[in-house]
Design a protein around this ligand. Sequence first.
Ligand SMILES: [Zn+2]
Length: 398
Amino acid sequence: MSNSSLASYTRLSPNCSSRGGQKIRKITPHHMAGNLSVETCGSVFAPTSRQASSNYGIGSDGRIALYVDESKRAWTSSNAANDKQAVTIEVANDEIGGNWHVSDKAFESLINLCVDICQRNGMTGLKWTGDAGGTLTNHDMFVATNCCGPYLKSRMPDLCNEVNKRLGNGYAPTAPQAPATSNGSEKTGTGFGGRYVCQADGCRVRCAPSLSGQIVASYNKGQSVTIDDWYVIADGYVWGRYTGASSGQKRYIAIGKPTGGPDAGDLWLKEGSSVASTPSPAKKTAEQVANEIVQGIGGWGNYPERKTKLEAAGYSYSEVQALVNKKLGAGSSSAPAQSVSTIAVGSKVRVTNPVDENGVHLSVSGTYDVIQVSGDRIVIGRGGVVTAAVNRSNLALA
Ligand SMILES: [Zn+2]
């Protein structure tokens, strides 16, 4: 086994082990989550205390470094089975955060290095399947990580195609497949189209309406997309279709199981649709409902109507009423204090729908302080540091 002659810098890391007799048959690009030079990355992997390494690193200037001989298994992808068969490559980011962009020079070097690895190791080409079954793999296939970043992730099909093209081996490029319609026929003009809201994190977008369709992106809970008035049933799912804004290509999402209508288990729900088949669970806490009653909102009415409505909505009348009595002050007939349930500067709140004012998915948990209020735009944060601006409708008092 040899190493790449494209590497212009070498700093061998002690953090490696045997390939256990496995042949090299995979390549796993990673991102550094930083703009490290190949020298700096080498010094990061140098101490044994780091317990991490990669076979190669690529800087934003396009230079390539060797950190672990190809004959050894580097400790990169949190997965022994993968790394025993893979050459792993850390690529620098020239954008910190955001899409974790990679420079054109670094990407070109990545292509060249992949071609070289394939040629020296008898690999006829790379196969991108979007999962660990391919020979081009990613860290996030083995562990929950942002690696290799949205930008590099989106370039995996390009990388695969370009490497295969340069190898000139007639290896089938992983071009978007034609829609597979064998499971069912395409339906149009049914009113299926419209704006759909994602109900779970990591909902995949594919190049074809099939579970084997290449994965090109993913959506998180709360994000939305407008799909065509078109669907097809395949691989046990109803698939919707839209045209990617940047790619111009048809994209497909699994909406849910073909149950004949919106269902609580659906991955995407049409905006404004109600999930009739499943009783809606109590979405507010007893405390929040008590606050509504105290404020005279929510249409809860008075006893006995209140008891009927609360129980129909899944609440305990006695529990909620006890809270109402407490808030009103036992025996008091004075007007309730409005401040009990009003979000104001200094309130403690929690985010009930993790989307910011621009519709961008937020990673939030626990309680936040209200730092600023302007109409329904509420700025939240902790310790005076702003976390996000969130619409009032997506917040609740903690
Ligand atoms: Zn990684």
